[in-house]
Design a binder for this molecule. Structure first.
Ligand SMILES: Nc1ncnc2c1ncn2[C@@H]1O[C@H](COP(=O)(O)OP(=O)(O)OP(=O)(O)O)[C@@H](O)[C@H]1O
Length: 617
């Protein structure tokens, strides 16, 4: 098929662009890992140098060998040996001696100067970073994205970080991250959250949602601490976080933790992460040192709650990242338990923020149980993919998939920059096929690794590190890596097996084309994917992609099949409260003004109250 050649060229070009991007991109999200192995391992902040060793021994990252990812054709990870586990941030960086114990009140001032610098740079960074901007971001790409807000009295958006009073310490960290101006979702979501409103926010992959929920939380906690918030005393071992951030995967929780630690550096706000598959004791020790923001996966959190090691009684902020995933069938019972059946304050007494790139209507309906008089925000159409990603679909029989993949990889390699293979993420359906494809790639001279639910947590983390560092530039993954992961320089996402659900496709391809950069996504389609055809064709068309004629033909035949949530509705999953069926129930969501402190006009043409307007319509 002659198109294959041009797609291979595209793959190669995208790869070249991403490889070229090099260090100019913000590597912030997991910056302690990406491209900086040796730096993070050896860095000791100036204020910690020449100190006696801590009485708190560095928490060992792994009990087993770090070279667990020892598949064939690897040259051995650069990361082996004494990995300095960035997760352990506060506790293990060396030098910190307690400071967070028990009912900490104001302990931060004493220990602030001992906080490990999560940026891994010198403390005198202000000048260095103020000169630079995050040059990897192409903000123009976002400028004309349509924005919809609904709810009463929606606070107006801002254009700059300076317009919002986030506090000096947080502003400094924003500069350290090289964020020069807010992304569209940040422009809208941050003022809404700062005003105290609950929020359901939908914005495209890679558009900066993490900061959008982290900044208001950190700012709010700084204010609470300034007012001398007191925590109850239920026993020395129970901790009382003020904010809870839940995410569906361990790796995403780790990533959010890393981001939140950067944003909260020297603000006095302590962030701790808890997720399954890692030693509980280590996480308990971290918690006992004090926690303001707890980032967690649901399973591990339920465990901690049942052991009465965490109480949610003081939670003022609840954020669900990938909220639609958190509320789908797999997670919903656990989320309900955490949010409704433990001791968390009810909606209205806490502030709840739900974020995702996709928000099916039925999930919005479920989610509204957790919210109080919320604002709905959609930046771009709900569930759309970003135009920054070039999407290709190729008809490939199962038996030909491996050779097609090989063609793409060869083309990328041939056009690679300085012989470097650009990062390629390959999604497959099952854990078994992930293992076998990884093995096959390695045997055929393409260093690959894999991430899926049957691998140990050590192996999963090792695989991610090895991928990010470029050591194994191909990562074969199941959907465990589909959401949220912010891996710089992923040039190409290959849907070797397409998912059944178009929303999963949107998240998967969203691992490339992030933060204003371009990316390439190639999907292998065959008869077993017909139920996805219509949604896929619609999505591609909406993102200005070339839809092959054969796919359009499949689409025409596959009305309403599968879990295609968009069938029959042209991407209509906006605020579900606008559905006539919703209002028929006698509920008038827009009727009552619950007093957010904003004038009824809000000074912004967003609100979808009666007579409200939308930038989309
Ligand atoms: N204002 C900003 N300026 C520059 N870079 C930013 C800004 N906000 C976020 N970024 C960067 O953009 C990248 C993507 O951000 P983030 O991971 O929060 O996206 P997301 O919207 O949560 O994506 P996903 O839907 O895949 O979870 C990150 O590397 C982050 O550091």
């Amino acid at each position: 098929m002659n198109t294959r050649t041009s797609w291979a060229d595209l793959a190669a070009n995208s790869a070249a662009e991403n490889t070229n991007a090099g260090s100019s991109v913000n590597n912030g999200a997991i910056g302690t890992i990406s491209g900086g192995a040796s730096r993070t391992k050896t860095y000791v902040p100036p204020h910690l140098r020449n100190r006696p060793a801590s009485s708190d021994p560095p928490a060992p990252a792994y009990s087993g060998p770090a070279t667990s990812n020892d598949r064939p054709a690897f040259t051995g990870p650069r990361w082996g040996g004494s990995r300095n586990d960035s997760r352990s941030g506060y506790g293990s960086g060396g030098g910190r001696t307690g400071g967070w114990g028990g009912g900490r009140t104001g302990g931060w001032d004493r220990s602030r100067d001992r906080e490990v610098n999560p940026f891994g740079d010198d403390d005198n960074t202000e000048q260095a970073f103020s000169e630079q901007e995050n040059s990897g971001i192409n903000f123009d790409a976002y400028e004309d994205i349509p924005v919809e807000t609904s709810g009463d009295n929606v606070p107006p958006p801002v254009n700059t970080f300076a317009e919002i009073d986030l506090g000096e310490a947080l502003n400094l960290n924003i500069r350290r991250c090289k964020y020069v101006k807010p992304t569209p979702v940040q422009r809208h979501a941050i003022p809404i959250s700062l005003s105290g409103r609950d929020l359901m926010a939908c914005a495209q992959t890679g558009s900066g949602k993490t900061a959008a929920f982290c900044f208001p939380i950190i700012n709010g906690i700084m204010k609470m601490q300034a007012q001398g918030v007191q925590r109850p005393f239920r026993g020395a071992r129970t901790v009382y976080p003020l904010a809870l951030i839940l995410s569906p995967t361990r790796e995403l929780s780790m990533q959010i933790h890393e981001e939140a630690r950067k944003f909260s550096y020297q603000t006095g706000v302590k962030v701790v992460v808890a997720y399954g598959g890692a030693p509980l004791n280590q996480q308990l020790r971290e918690l006992e040192r004090g926690v303001d923001i707890l980032v967690a996966t649901p399973g591990r959190l339920v465990d901690l709650l049942e052991r009465a090691r965490v109480s949610l009684q003081m939670v003022k902020y609840l954020a669900l990242d990938e909220a639609d995933r958190m509320l789908d069938m797999g997670f919903e019972p656990q989320i309900r338990k955490i949010v409704e059946q433990m001791d968390m304050p009810p909606p209205g007494s806490r502030q709840t923020m739900l974020f995702s790139a996709t928000f099916p209507r039925e999930i919005q309906r479920l989610a509204s149980d957790f919210l109080y008089n919320y604002v709905f925000l959609a930046v771009g159409r709900v569930g759309s993919s970003t135009d920054l990603i070039v999407q290709r679909v190729e008809f490939v029989y199962d038996s030909d998939k491996r050779s097609h993949l090989m063609d793409l990889l060869h083309a990328q390699r041939a056009n690679g920059v300085q012989g470097k293979q650009a990062l390629t993420l390959v999604f497959v359906e099952t854990k078994k096929s992930a293992d076998s494809l990884e093995h096959w790639l390695c045997v055929n001279g393409f260093p690959a690794t894999s991430i899926h639910g049957d691998r140990s947590q050590q192996e999963r983390e090792q695989a991610l590190r090895s991928f990010k560092s470029g050591n194994t530039p191909i990562l074969v993954a199941t959907d465990v890596a589909a959401r949220g992961l912010d891996i710089p320089h992923v040039a190409h996402v290959v849907n070797f097996d397409l998912p059944n659900d178009i929303d999963d496709y949107v998240h998967r391809i969203g691992r490339t084309g992030r933060a204003g950069k371009s990316g390439l996504a190639t999907a292998f389609f065959n008869e077993s994917n017909v139920t996805l055809a219509r949604a896929l064709a619609d999505l591609m068309q909406e993102s200005n992609q070339e839809v092959p004629a054969w796919l359009s033909r499949y689409a025409a035949r596959s009305y309403g099949g599968g879990r295609n949530r968009r069938s029959g509705v042209r991407f209509g999953s906006r605020d579900f409260r606008r559905d006539s069926s919703y209002n028929r129930g006698g509920m008038d969501y827009y009727g009552g003004n619950t007093g957010s402190g904003y004038g009824s006009s809000g000074g912004y043409g967003g609100g979808y109250g009666p007579g409200g307007t939308s930038a989309w319509d």
